[in-house]
Design a protein around this ligand. Structure first.
Ligand code: NAP
Length: 256
């Protein structure tokens, strides 16, 4: 199997630590460097405070980014400019940023995978929700995450709403005269669907999609109980990005 050299940005983070372990445990992956702005990492590979210096010294095949939205966007853009293939788990990119990265990826013929959720079960939860939404017009998405998460709603919730939007007519849900007596009570409105973001210590990443129709509801739920649940998706993304020359958004688009 082809040997893949990997750089990880954010190796000290909760996801980053798991990714370091994954790369070390995978025979055909080699961790050649990490990017940590505080250089506060105890690993037997070079540690760089910034991406430019890192890539000037040695260019990897793949960059795994698990940082923050602003930093992740800068890293993804820089990687594409260097011809390095990004696998991005960082969430919170805007539609404009995603579009800009897609154009850059295509102009450089350099593959890129951005996945708001690397858990295979979460991808199935999104697909099952899309299937169900063909028959149930009313959808409420409840996403639940740990209280250190920076972005809301979650990338997974927005991606789920986008997938449902593809099969569902726009519909304003609830009573036509509905009024919030407390702002935010009905959650975020995406094409008439509502997204509710719950943040609590103790949670990892969970999502429940509730669909309603006359006399019945259907609930589809996925729970990630630890960050190891995301790593099989990261592994398949690193392998797949080597064969791409465009940007793919969402793990569901690279799975059979
Ligand atoms: P986290 O524990 O806060 O880790 C983020 C790490 O990035 C921190 O160690 C942070 O360091 C570091 N960082 C910040 N600026 C940096 C820079 N310029 N260079 C290098 N490192 C930098 O967060 P997490 O829970 O691991 O999540 C990371 C990202 O992945 C988030 O966007 C989260 O939403 C996303 N996520 C995605 C999935 C998925 O399946 N796609 C699953 C879970 C989480 P400091 O703390 O010192 O600033």
């Amino acid at each position: 199997m082809e040997q893949i050299n990997v750089t990880i940005a954010g190796p000290r983070g909760r996801m980053g630590k798991e990714a370091v372990q994954l790369v070390k445990d995978t025979e055909h992956f080699t961790l050649i460097s990490v990017i940590d702005h505080k250089k506060d990492v105890d690993l037997d590979v070079p540690v760089y405070a910034d991406i430019q210096t890192c890539f000037q010294d040695r260019v990897p095949h793949v960059l795994i980014d698990l940082t923050t939205p602003e930093v992740g966007y800068h890293h993804t853009k820089t990687a594409l400019e260097y011809g390095v293939r990004p696998v991005v788990g960082t969430t919170g990119f805007s539609q404009e940023e995603l579009q800009e990265l897609k154009v850059l990826s295509e102009s450089k013929s350099t593959g890129c995978i951005i996945a708001p959720n690397f858990a295979i079960g979460a991808v199935l939860m999104m697909k099952f929700s899309q299937m169900a939404a063909k028959y149930f017009d009313d959808v409420e998405i409840i996403e639940l995450h740990h209280d250190q998460k920076l972005d809301a709603p979650s990338g997974t919730a927005l991606k789920t709403a986008e997938m449902i939007r593809e099969v569902r007519e726009t519909k304003k849900q609830g009573h036509p005269n509905e009024k919030e007596t407390h702002s935010g009570a009905r959650g975020a409105d995406v094409d008439g669907m509502h997204i509710h973001s719950i943040r609590l210590p103790g949670l990892i990443a969970h999502q429940q999609v509730m669909l309603g129709a006359e006399g019945q509801t259907l609930t589809i739920r996925h729970d990630s109980f630890n960050r190891g649940s995301f790593m099989s998706g990261v592994k398949v993304s690193v392998e797949t990005v080597m064969k791409l020359d465009t940007l793919v958004y969402g793990l569901e688009n690279i799975l059979d």
